[in-house]
Design a protein around this ligand. Structure first.
Ligand code: NG6
Ligand code: CA
Length: 506
């Protein structure tokens, strides 16, 4: 009995110690610790691709949990309607049309961010953050012709990331290998990698000449080297042991992102988790193949949603979810057939990847750049919907404020309160870009100057926003951009044109 009492008493003592320990300055220190920041970035996900944004034919419960538990932006923009420029703006806070090289890049392109330039990871690093990228890069590597068998530099590690685990360009472009801190993973020195975007290497099969070797058929482009049965853009020889397995890519990047979180939870970290879904080639893991009933595009969206659920679970299990700000978005709007016959268009059914928006990837119409855009921070951000006009480019200045510094040397606008759901005030103006053409969003209006060229890109079946006459839409009344008010409203047209010219500086 005495013994039992003793045990009970000591147990009580331990419990009370643990309790007081929690309430000591350690806890205080923890609560004032700078939050971890994670940017989860999808590739070609449209405004209407998530159930939280109105999709009914697809369920994305894990992303919905972020949207419904955080701020769901209805006017959140990528800077551009293609990948490279949007990623450039996200990381540098600069309008991509100010850099002529910020266009869809081949896998051999040199790095387009100057190592002198300010970047989001650099700014955070200076404020004490550990920084990493896992996933798609597509901002060029090296400074001329890259030798993939040596250290590939400069790259992400030279523009602010302490650690990088990337795919160089896109899943449909060679080299089809992972690169860790500048080194091709699993490279066998006896089987060196050679890459060429113009000429094939002698004797190497191609999608064009050897359709019998392909398991996915090309529709336009994508008829060069064949890797894992998938014909790609660009020619590649060697590096067999290093080639990625497409169906494992999502799991692979997820595991890297989770491992990063687990090993960096003691210090504030910034993780840029740049997922490859639902860009082509869409290669769901067999666990997800056929699950959406919509073909591989729907399947990889479900796969991405699952990955995000697992990733958030890891943050929770590691006890850092409530000290982590998660920003979710996509680099550009949706496309169904982006170069492969993969049933994305034939099996789409009633699903509308762009929601009610007009256009898609490559387009100056809204679907090109208006993105699902979510900020989530458990216990800190009150759930809500925000109509504030925000751009991914604004994260640099806004996150600078969050971590206690200032960043005013770029085009990035400090909109921290909007991102934290404390204010509905966003930008007044935003110049959006699509394949080197630009347009001006100003208040509720959008002005798209007249651009020659075909209005419809027939290969991808998307209205890209070319027109012989200028276009002016009031997005408040006409979100689907059906009524061009340019003729009826010449004053507004003039006002926006002048603003546009001024902002463009040309
Ligand atoms: C295009 C590709 C397209 C896709 C895109 C880049 C062809 C015909 N089309 O040139 O499939 O790879 O580039 O997409 O090659 S992005 O999301 O990275 O911008
Ligand atoms: Ca993209």
């Amino acid at each position: 009995m005495k013994k039992l009492l003793l045990i009970l008493l000591s147990a009580l003592f331990i419990v009370s110690c643990a309790k007081t320990k929690k309430e000591t300055p350690v806890a205080k220190e923890e609560s004032t610790k700078k939050p971890n920041i994670v940017v989860i970035y999808l590739d070609d996900l449209g405004y209407g691709d998530l159930s939280a944004y109105g999709a009914t034919e697809l369920q994305t419960p894990n992303i919905d949990a972020l949207a419904n538990g955080g701020v769901k932006f209805t006017n959140g923009y990528a800077s551009s309607a293609t990948c490279t420029p949007s990623r450039y703006a996200l990381l540098t806070g600069m309008y991509p049309w100010k850099n002529k090289r910020a266009k869809i890049l081949p896998g051999t392109a040199p790095l387009i961010i100057s190592t002198e330039q300010q970047t989001l990871p650099k700014m955070l690093k200076k404020e004490g953050y550990d920084t990493a990228i896992v996933g798609k890069w597509h901002l060029g590597l090296g400074s001329g012709m890259v030798n993939w068998n040596e250290k590939v530099t400069p790259g992400p590690n030279e523009v602010g990331f302490d650690e990088s685990y990337i795919l160089a360009a896109t899943q449909d472009r060679v080299p089809t290998v992972y690169i860790k801190d500048g080194h091709v993973v699993n490279l066998d020195p006896n089987d060196p990698i050679e890459i060429d975007y113009k000429n094939n290497f002698e004797g190497q099969p191609t999608g064009k000449d050897n359709p019998e070797l392909t398991t996915m058929k090309w529709h336009h482009g994508h008829n060069s080297s064949i890797v894992n049965g998938i014909p790609r853009i660009g020619y590649m020889k060697g590096g067999d042991a290093a080639k990625w397995v497409d169906i494992d890519m999502a799991d692979h990047f997820l595991a890297k992102a989770q491992a990063y979180v687990k090993s960096h939870k003691e210090k504030p970290f910034f993780l840029y988790y740049a997922m490859q879904q639902p860009h082509v080639p869409r290669t769901p893991h067999p666990r997800f193949a056929g699950k959406s009933g919509m073909g591989p595009r729907g399947d990889v969206i479900l796969e991405a949603d699952w990955c995000i659920g697992e990733f958030v679970k890891t943050l929770e299990e590691e006890g850092i979810l409530d000290n982590t700000l998660i920003v979710f978005s996509s680099d550009n709007g949706p496309v169904l057939n982006d170069g492969y016959y993969d049933d994305a268009d034939t099996k789409i059914g009633k699903h509308t990847p762009a929601g009610v928006l007009r256009g898609g990837k490559y387009s100056l119409f809204e679907a090109g750049t208006r993105m699902p855009f979510i900020t989530y921070w458990k216990g800190q951000i009150q759930p809500g919907v925000s109509d504030a006009l925000v751009c991914q480019m604004d994260l640099l200045a806004s996150l600078a404020k969050l971590v206690g510094t200032e960043e005013s040397s770029t085009d990035s606008k400090e909109l921290l309160d909007a991102f934290l759901g404390k204010s509905d005030k966003g930008r007044e103006n935003l110049v959006i870009e699509a394949t080197s053409r630009t347009a001006l969003r100003s208040g509720d209006w959008i002005y798209i100057p007249a651009y020659g060229g075909k209005p419809l890109n027939t290969q991808v079946n998307i209205e890209v926003g070319n027109s012989d006459v200028p276009m002016l839409y009031n997005l408040k009344d006409d979100l689907s951009q059906k009524n061009n008010l340019a003729e009826a409203n010449p004053e507004k047209l003039k006002e926006l044109h002048e603003k546009f010219v001024k902002l463009r500086g040309d």
